[in-house]
Design a binder for this molecule. Structure first.
Ligand code: NAP
Length: 245
């Protein structure tokens, strides 16, 4: 049987690392991408290998085309062509109103969250699509509940970037539906990671119907469903994992 090769962008920590660990338990070979924190990536690789999976780390900024080319080519030669992709790398920028945000924050957020996901998805389609000689595959984009909440006062640009990611998910899913590729998104709510920050917990939890933060592993479970053949007839959706929020 053909091996399943999963690339997780920003797989070094947080939600991405949880996805790598679940995938390791389910027989995927795993390429862990990171941008700057190599030690975290190597720690996740160690955990993946302890679970008996084949893995590798690959540095690269998903918003830089040359890096994305290098990331995919490195995976090609180490594990084989990517058959599954999770576009997880993302940033919010500092929490402020729009009128206090600088242009660099807006640009960087859109470049990583939107352009980065598109560059990686394009490289993946070139390998997965039956039109390009591939055997199919699955892509999951990590959106956010912010896409439909708007995040006023926090980071409206981030919310907008995730809304863009969701319409990209729908459009690409329909574009490649006959080429063996499914494309879906997962929209987490408030998940306890470095990005969400412990200081916001008390502020956000009262607005969550379940009155608690989610865990990275709860997000990873939804991602694994959408990557797997258990969701064979599901494409173009956004699955919300947000405790009712
Ligand atoms: P996190 O803990 O801040 O981790 C971010 C990951 O992305 C790290 O592995 C980081 O690599 C990587 N990364 C950042 N910029 C990158 C770039 N330009 N190229 C490649 N990798 C890059 O974040 P998280 O909370 O796990 O969030 C993961 C995803 O879930 C994001 O898309 C986020 O928007 C989404 N999300 C999170 C929450 C939440 O509450 N945490 C809620 C909704 C959605 P380094 O370690 O090298 O810096």
């Amino acid at each position: 049987m053909e091996r399943k090769v999963l690339l997780v962008t920003g797989g070094s920590r947080g939600i991405g690392a949880a996805i790598c660990l679940r995938a390791a338990q389910q027989g995927y070979d795993i390429a862990i991408n990171y941008q700057s924190r190599e030690a975290d990536a190597l720690e996740t690789l160690r955990a993946v290998q302890e679970l008996g999976a084949r893995g590798m780390v690959v540095q690269g900024d998903v918003s830089v085309e040359a890096d994305v080319t290098r990331i995919f080519e490195t995976v090609d030669s180490s594990l084989g062509a990517v058959t599954h992709l999770v576009n997880n790398a993302g940033i919010t920028g500092p929490r402020t109103r729009l009128d206090q945000a600088d242009t660099a924050t807006l640009r960087r957020t859109l470049e990583i969250n939107v352009l980065g996901a598109m560059l990686c998805a394009r490289a993946a389609v070139m390998r997965m699509s039956t039109v390009h000689g591939g055997t199919g595959g699955a892509i999951v984009n990590i959106s956010s509940a912010a896409a439909t909440l708007g995040s006023p006062g926090d980071y409206v640009w981030y919310a907008a970037s995730k809304a863009a990611l969701e319409s990209f998910t729908l459009g690409l899913a329909r574009e490649v539906a006959l080429e063996g590729i499914r494309v879906n998104a997962v929209a987490p709510g408030f998940i306890a990671t470095e990005m969400s920050g412990p200081e916001r917990l008390a502020q956000v939890v009262p607005t969550v119907p379940m009155r608690r933060a989610g865990s990275s592993d709860e997000v990873a479970a939804a991602v694994m469903f959408l990557l797997s053949e258990e969701s064979a007839y599901t494409t173009g959706i956004t699955l919300r994992v947000a405790g009712g929020r």
